[in-house]
Design a binder for this molecule. Structure first.
Ligand code: MIG
Length: 706
């Protein structure tokens, strides 16, 4: 048996996606009990992967993490929690590797060699959980087993792989249209523009501010005709306002989380006072999910769910206590203790434990304190949306991603990694997070390119674009009040460079989409640490290079003013140095260490030995890409294979087997290069332009016509 499950009186079973397997009573392998904590003795060489959305390295050893969905915009290295709660780890040793899933909706502490550098302590609040131990022959196998346990990852529409522009402060119709027009006038490809909270009427979900957006429906349809989709935000809190139908309906039907007296719990977020829909209640979840129809009927095809940790600015009770503190402090000599107590009464108002302990869910008859199921809230908000959208059009793929999440939500939507800052460190964190997010099931993911908070510099923007070219979600988003970050916000030279990078991204979509779909269907990783495929000592320690899909290794430049970087090649590879789709250089490199120069306007990545890169065309948006001819580049020693997957990009017909594959096989038979292609299904591709690159020999050009 590869997966073993042990149960410790889990109070609620609310993760609908984890497959039901038999519980065992025997001894738990690998772990022992130390002071009530699940404990593992590390071996010196053990690496620890997983924990999804988190600070620090790809290898998590040496720090302490807490799974507790948190709205904290300061993603510094000393943090223990971000927005997601991803309780899955892989311990990778020399003689044994295995995966660990802690299935619980409550807080979990993962002390990964922090208190004692030789030990891993796992401490589950309330001690109610299911523990899964996943064995496998190798890391890829363990990861695949785990993903099969939690189910197939969400699949977005293909247009969601295009470039996306966002900024919190696009305040009215004219501004949104102008942004779109600028992209079109300047011929910069784009697929989506985001509508942040300003499109709503006083921050009420499923309303439109008609003063700022008088012709919302026309705007949506005009822009969609031009290939630009508008993606509105939905917040977790429902504004308390007489006459607001959703508020009133929810109260009447009892669909909100309750306080200890059984009244709808009052918190405050954007609109001021709100109620939280009880997403853990199946009726309430269905009710809220169906509300998305109001926007779908206006031509909307995608959404982002925000503030669903849930973020709480303040609660009535918290505010009351803070005011009391003010009263009590008036006319007093405030010394160090009383002054800070007064200050903390306000600074500690948001996202407080006291508040998370003061409201309740009705899980279909079972009344449960929020804190015990905290990590399921955002998860179930996104489930609500996904199920609602499914009920609106069951064959259509909608774009959907969330800020908060936990293990299992990956079936319903993607995630973006929240309010990062325009810092080089956060670009680095973006790179390191990708493999761990993938391990936890999140394939449709990416960071706010350029950084959300703070002011982005031109060089950081360029380097960040160079990485985001490769991430499924490529969205440039920034906060109100910060320096503008659109590709044309910085001046002509930078605009030209960013445009070329976006065009490169569009050319990269055949490979990216193919790898995405195969990863989702086969429970594989798109992004992996090198050690998944290379078992040498050095690869095990590489933290700033990652594999992407079947063929590529990425080595992004993530340091300010660096004119290049050190790269480790675990085997012979083909270096790709690119400035744009038309300015690409290839160079064969043998296994080893290098310093590779790459100016700010160029980026590097590598094609692995006997592997294939596919590049297509750019276009103004994904749906207008023609791709009748594709460029195939192979770094060949013996034999290379690639299966290029494609489908209609918008329906769920692929589940029924309606997709197409081009199987490309290129062989070196004693210097004779032979190409074989097989097509399954209907493809628009008419011709492959093949470049075969061999070590120590001249390149060979081939062409394959269908
Ligand atoms: O407290 O809607 O993470 O992307 O722009 C800020 C405004 C609320 C947080 C999201 C961010 C979004 C912002 N929201």
């Amino acid at each position: 048996m590869k997966i073993r499950k042990f149960s410790f009186g889990k109070i609620v079973d609310c993760n609908s996606v984890i497959k039901d397997i038999k519980t065992e009573n025997g001894e738990i392998p690998y772990f022992f009990n130390e002071n009530g904590k699940l404990t593992l003795k590390f071996k010196k060489e053990d690496l620890v992967y997983g924990l999804g959305e988190n600070v620090r390295g790809i290898n998590k050893r040496g720090w302490i993490f807490e799974s507790y969905c948190s709205d904290d915009p300061n993603h510094a290295q000393d943090k223990r929690s971000l927005y997601g709660a991803h309780n899955f780890l892989i311990i990778h040793g020399v003689d044994r590797s295995f995966g660990v899933l802690i299935d619980t909706p409550a807080k979990v502490k993962f002390d990964v060699g922090y208190s004692n550098n030789e030990k891993l302590y796992i401490d589950v609040e309330g001690n109610n959980y299911d523990l899964y131990i996943i064995d496998g022959d190798n890391l890829n196998d363990i990861s695949r087993e785990f993903r099969a346990l939690i189910g197939e990852s969400y699949v977005p529409p293909k247009w969601a792989f295009g470039y996306q522009q966002s900024r919190w402060s696009y305040k009215d119709e004219e501004e949104v249209r102008t942004i779109g027009d600028k992209f079109r006038d300047k011929n910069i490809p784009i697929d989506c523009i985001y509508l942040d909270i300003d499109y709503m009427e006083r921050f009420k979900n499923f309303t439109v501010n008609r003063e700022a957006f008088p012709n919302f429906e026309d705007m949506v349809s005009d822009m969609k005709k031009d290939g630009i989709r508008l993606i509105p935000i939905i917040d977790a809190g429902v504004k308390i306002e007489e006459g607001y139908d959703i508020y009133e309906e929810g109260v009447e039907k009892g669909y909100y989380c309750k306080d200890k007296d059984g009244k709808p719990f009052v918190a405050a977020v954007w609109p001021g006072r709100v109620h939280f829909p009880d997403f853990l209640n199946s009726e309430a979840r269905l009710w809220f999910g169906k509300k998305y129809k109001w926007l779908v009927d206006k031509g909307i095809d995608g959404f982002w769910n925000d503030m669903n940790e849930p973020a709480i600015f303040y609660s009535e009770e918290g505010l009351k206590k803070a005011y009391e503190k003010v009263e009590e402090s008036k006319n007093k000599n405030l010394d160090i203790y009383s002054f800070f107590a007064l200050k903390d009464a306000f600074t500690g108002l948001s996202n407080s434990q006291a508040d998370y302990n003061s409201f309740y869910h009705n899980m279909d008859g079972n009344i449960i304190k929020h804190n015990d199921v905290h990590n399921l809230f955002g998860h179930n908000m996104t489930r609500s949306a996904a199920e609602g959208l499914e009920s609106i059009d069951s064959n259509k793929r909608f774009l959907l991603f969330s800020r908060a999440s936990s293990i299992g939500m990956h079936r319903y939507g993607g995630i973006w990694t929240g309010d990062n800052t325009s810092l080089w460190e956060h670009l680095e964190m973006n790179v390191k997070m990708m493999p761990n997010l993938n391990m936890c099931g999140y394939l449709y993911t990416g960071a706010d390119t350029g950084g959300f908070g703070g002011n982005c510099t031109e060089d950081l923007m360029k380097r960040w674009f160079q990485f985001s070219i490769f991430t499924p979600l490529f969205r440039n988003h920034s906060a109100m009040g910060t320096r503008k970050q659109e590709p044309f916000a910085f001046g002509e030279e930078t605009e030209g460079t960013l445009k070329k990078f976006i065009e490169f991204r569009y050319g990269f979509i055949p490979y990216l989409y193919s790898e995405y779909m195969k990863a989702s269907i086969n429970n594989e990783l798109m992004f992996k640490p090198l050690s998944f495929d290379y078992n040498d000592e050095i690869s095990r320690g590489v933290e700033d290079q990652i594999l992407l899909g079947d063929s590529l290794m990425l080595a992004p430049i993530i340091k300010q003013n660096a004119k290049g970087r050190y790269v480790y090649l675990p085997e012979d590879m083909l270096m790709v140095k690119a400035k744009s789709l038309d300015e690409i250089n290839y160079e064969v490199m043998t296994k080893g260490h290098y310093y590779i120069e790459a100016d700010i306007d160029e980026f590097i990545f590598f094609i692995r030995k006997d592997k294939i890169l596919i590049l297509g065309d750019s276009a103004k948006n994904v749906e207008s890409i023609k791709n009748e001819e594709l460029d195939v580049t192979v770094f060949l020693e013996d034999r290379a294979n690639y299966m290029l997957y494609d489908d209609d990009g918008k329906s769920k017909e692929y589940i029924k087997g309606i997709y197409n594959n081009i199987n490309i096989e290129i062989k070196n038979e004693d210097g004779d290069i032979n190409v074989n292609c097989e097509v399954k299904g209907q493809t628009n591709v008419k011709k492959l332009n093949i470049t075969v690159i061999l070590k120590d020999k001249d390149n060979i050009k081939k062409c394959y016509k269908f």
